[in-house]
Design a protein around this ligand. Structure first.
Ligand code: ISL
Length: 547
């Protein structure tokens, strides 16, 4: 069986702003990241996905690009980027960069030109329309809240932004825009990058007449935005003109695309994307509640996601990223007594899927959500916009919105990486742009590196195990007990048995006929009792057996 390198890889996501600060300005940077590359090598990952390192307008932490061929001065220089690429290559780790081309920053020179007026040669790089009935051209909402249209006084029209006003959407129907995107991709490929994580890539095609969304579509506008008429054509063009023949990976962030629809996007015959990030799992709990899901529901999503690779395709799998709560707080048990055990069980889940696992920085030590006390403590543009929309307008009580943000805000994932128990978790010698979690005293890389029972040690062992057993990468997935309320039990390749206790109480697994857990390959928190026919897992314990 031949496979592509990215199918056998474990990917690690770095959010450079929060990873490691070398110059003491409180913001992470590339020299900081370079100083920590041995941590990634020791973990055993094969590739790094670097969140945007480009010069940014500063509205959405890099997801608003002002210059696609320059490193943001806060992060360093092009020489630092080259040193990063070399340092990774020395360790056998590939570099995947973020590609944010649904929109630019409003500080991008194209937009500065575009807004000069209707005659500007760059006018058509963006989506400008006249208003309707004294208001915006249609009822489209921004994903961050409010209208997706902003009035531009100077040129007398509205421009479209599916995210913040500082993130105007590019007009992909203009071939010149697509040509620019292709050139940007070639520029970075020529600098040795191994592929792209493509931000909200399913949004790039808009219906030319921009019709209003129905009341039902307004519930989840991302679904409408992700299904534009020329989406597949544009993705295929990227593939054929830029990626074909290079050994680079195209990972699409498929916001608004269901697991079932994802299967088509990654079908190799369609020549669009190699893998996508779907949202079915992270969106399982509703916005306001951490506990509003059941284990059978989660297992049904796992089975659907397993099919999302389709008959011929492949997929990625993640439990957290820079937009999501910490997995321990989201799906595990954040109580300090159970957080480490649940972090390990989630790790066993992540590393035993038939998909490319993506680990988000800090996940490998079981970082948790931050106890935000007030809206002032939150920095995220999405959190701020929600506050304006819901609280300042009087629609909802402040405490309710703060509670929701406390567990769901994207800033939970963006607090500094916890390196040591020292000041600011060892992230910076200055004042961090977002405060470090007070639990860094207990949860940090330094302490866990010395502890053979730590979350970090478990991640290292799991990654090594996955590398040694191809069946754990490529083998079929079969859920053995979809209805159990506390236990996840599945087979991989009909040869490996994965058992995960998602509760504090011990749980017994009685092996069905033909399934004999013969050899323990890995377990978290000690060895489960195994009588051959039955395995008893302790609270939040996990294990992988060879049959
Ligand atoms: O963050 C989200 C949920 O909390 C999503 O709504 C998010 O906006 C969506 O996944 C798109 O995300 C990507 O594009 C955004 C950027 O803010 C995110 O950080 C990025 O991952 C706009 O570029």
């Amino acid at each position: 069986m031949t496979s592509r390198w990215w199918q056998d890889a474990v990917v690690y996501q770095v959010y450079p702003r929060s990873f490691m600060d070398a110059d003491g300005d409180g913001v992470g940077d590339l020299p900081g990241l370079i100083s920590r590359l041995d941590h990634l090598a020791d973990l055993g990952v094969d590739a790094v996905w670097l969140s945007p390192h480009y010069r940014s307008g500063g509205v959405d932490n890099g997801y608003d690009v002002a210059h696609y061929r320059a490193v943001d001065p806060q992060f360093g220089t092009m020489a630092d980027f080259e040193a990063l690429a070399a340092g990774l290559a020395d360790r056998g780790i590939r570099l995947i960069v973020d590609l944010v081309v649904n929109h630019t920053s409003d500080q991008h020179p194209w937009f500065a030109e575009s807004r000069k007026g209707r005659e500007s040669p760059f006018r058509d790089y963006y989506i400008w329309r006249d208003g309707k009935d004294g208001g915006p051209p249609n009822n489209w909402p921004s994903i961050f809240g409010g209208s997706a249209w902003t009035w531009d006084e100077g040129s007398g029209q509205y421009y479209l932004h599916l995210f913040a006003p500082g993130q105007p959407d590019l007009n992909w129907d203009n071939p010149a825009v697509r040509g620019e995107v292709h050139e940007i991709m070639r520029f970075w490929l020529d600098r040795g990058v191994a592929g792209f994580r493509m931000d909200v890539i399913a949004f790039v095609s808009k219906p030319p007449d921009l019709p209003d969304l129905s009341v039902e579509q307004l519930q989840t506008p991302q679904r409408a935005y992700a299904n534009g008429p020329r989406r597949d054509e544009y993705l295929r063009e990227l593939h054929d003109l830029v990626l074909a023949g290079r050994d680079a990976v195209a990972i699409g962030e498929a916001f608004g695309v269901s697991a079932e629809e994802a299967a088509a996007l990654v079908d190799p015959e369609r020549r669009e994307l190699d893998m996508v990030f779907t949202f079915d799992l992270v969106d399982l709990p509703r916005e306001d509640r951490a506990d509003d899901w059941t284990l059978p529901q989660l297992k049904s999503v796992l089975s659907r996601l397993d099919r999302a690779g389709g008959a011929r395709g492949w997929n990625s799998f993640y439990l957290e990223n820079h937009d999501q709560p910490r997995a321990v707080s989201h799906f595990g048990d954040p109580d300090p007594r159970w957080a480490p055990a649940s972090a390990k069980t989630l790790a066993t889940l992540l590393m035993s899927q038939r998909a490319t696992p993506v680990v988000y920085q800090g996940q490998e030590i079981g970082m948790t959500n931050y106890p935000f006390g007030s809206i002032e403590a939150l920095q995220d543009v999405a959190a701020r916009a929600r506050w304006v929309r819901d609280v300042e307008s009087g629609r909802r009580p402040a405490e309710a919105v703060l509670n929701s943000l406390r567990w769901r805000s994207r800033d939970n994932a963006r607090t500094p990486m916890q390196w040591t128990s020292g000041p600011n978790a060892g992230f910076t010698t200055g004042r961090p742009w977002l405060a470090a979690n007070p639990n860094a005293a207990a949860i940090n890389v330094e302490a866990q590196s010395r502890d053979p029972n730590s979350v970090l040690a478990h991640y290292r062992r799991l990654i090594a195990l996955r590398r040694a057993h191809r069946g754990l990468v490529h083998g079929a997935y079969r859920d053995l007990d979809p209805n159990h309320e506390r236990l996840i039990a599945y087979l991989r390749d009909e040869r490996y048995l994965v058992l995960l206790n998602f509760s504090r109480e011990p749980v017994d697994f009685s092996a069905p006929r033909g399934v004999t857990p013969a050899q323990l390959l890995i377990a978290s928190d000690g060895e489960p009792e195994n009588t051959g026919g039955a395995v008893r897992l302790q609270g939040w314990q996990s294990a992988v057996y060879r049959l």
